[in-house]
Design a protein around this ligand. Structure first.
Ligand code: LMR
Length: 400
């Protein structure tokens, strides 16, 4: 009956993680999947989240269905975090926000919405982008293609080419960008560069789709949302997805959001209605426990403050690991510039390693990176960074 089915080749990120979990070598290092590990190499349980969890369990609240669009307090907390406490668009009721089943689920609901209500709009993603962006959009039946982004020669951004490319896109094109901590390259736009993008998008009638999966891991919780807020202030109407997987360390709870900024409150009501219709026919209503945790932390001032400090600790640890790795590589490879490591933002670094070199790192040294050369810097710690640097030095020396 199913003989005609092609064999699934596996996911470029998740299959590697499965291979890592099955690898019996004690000194293996996971630098592939986007998981933040602490200094001891563990997935942290944030103290703010633990306290909220204890309080919720004491309350013994029943597990009824959530509304299709998610709980009101959670949705309001998402809006405040993404658009800012003083956002005029939020105050005017111009943003339709739904709880997402993780950031991925939110993207898919957004993609379904584009497919249904923006006929003829193709989606453009950065070259490269997170692999699943393309799959999620294509899964909704949308046509997806790439715009210039990464410059392999300089390990930097092809900004001018990107801008010129945007200027040629037809009005109504959807352009997927990441406001902070670009996955997979770690290369973000400066504020001045964002301002250029905003102008071109306004002039050309483009629709921004902003995926913010790492808020707080770049420069700060408020700072990382700068591009989202600047676009809204400039009068653009972006679709914005966000995720609490990383900044709450709640990966398996699948907590995220989709917010569609609209020109008016009336349109936001219509959009919210259609998002609800879309959700009902896919998974009916979202999961409960994770959103209760997130809302409890964000709505309790003492816990919120503690969470901000915990995100800061994670962000600063990642930055320290970037510096440490760069120092160790420079010591072993004098003359080779590894400045990109400390210039990039967030969890990921595009190393420029080839897929063969990545395979060697995995097979010979037990060090797992994504085959594109993407390294999750948040998997480094003081205990493994020297071993990783040593293995990288061996692989890079073999080039010459
Ligand atoms: C990643 O990019 O590694 C993470 O976002 C996890 C995933 O689902 O791919």
């Amino acid at each position: 009956m199913y003989q005609h089915l092609p064999v699934y080749a596996g996911d470029p990120i998740l299959s590697l993680h499965e291979a890592f979990m099955a690898d019996p070598r004690p000194n293996k290092v996971s630098l592939s999947i986007g998981l933040y590990f602490d200094e001891q190499g563990r997935l942290p349980v944030l103290d703010s989240v633990r306290k909220a969890d204890q309080k919720l369990r004491e309350q013994e609240r029943p597990s009824g269905y959530l509304p299709i669009e998610g709980a009101p307090d959670y949705r309001a907390a998402v809006q405040k975090l993404v658009f800012g406490a003083d956002s005029a668009a939020v105050a005017e009721g111009r943003i339709a926000t739904i709880q997402g089943v993780g950031g991925s689920g939110a993207i898919r609901i957004g993609a379904d919405f584009i497919k249904s209500f923006m006929p003829g709009s193709d989606v453009w993603v950065s070259d490269p982008t997170w692999d699943n962006h393309e799959s999620l959009m294509q899964g909704a039946g949308l046509k997806v293609a790439r715009y210039p982004y990464y410059d392999a020669d300089s390990n930097g951004l092809r900004y001018d080419e990107m801008l010129a490319f945007f200027a040629r896109l037809p009005a109504g094109s959807v352009v997927l960008m990441q406001p902070c901590c670009h996955n997979p390259t770690g290369i973000d736009l400066s504020k001045a560069q964002w301002s250029g993008v905003i102008q071109v998008m306004k002039d050309g009638g483009l629709v921004p789709f902003l995926d913010m999966a790492y808020q707080g891991f770049g420069e700060g919780i408020e700072e990382d949302a700068w591009a989202v807020r600047a676009m809204v202030e400039a009068g653009l109407c972006p679709l914005v997805t966000n995720s609490f997987s990383k900044n709450f360390s709640l990966y398996g709870e699948r907590c995220g959001g989709l917010s569609v900024v609209c020109p008016s409150a009336d349109e936001a009501d219509r959009v919210l209605g259609q998002l609800k219709a879309g959700i009902r026919r896919v998974y009916s209503s979202p999961p409960l426990h994770g959103e209760r945790l997130v809302a409890a932390v964000l709505d309790t001032p003492a816990l919120h403050q503690q969470w901000v400090a915990e995100v800061k600790d994670m962000r600063e640890r990642i930055k320290r690991m970037r510096v440490l790795l760069a120092e160790r590589l420079t010591a072993g490879l004098p003359g080779m510039s590894v400045d990109f490591l400390t210039e990039q933002h967030g969890m990921f670094s595009y190393t420029g390693l080839t897929s063969d070199e990545v395979d060697t790192l995995r097979e010979k040294h037990g060090i797992y990176l994504v085959r594109s050369g993407r390294m999750c810097v948040a998997g480094l710690n003081e205990g493994n960074v020297q071993a990783v640097a040593d293995a990288l030095i061996v692989v890079l020396r073999a080039r010459s």
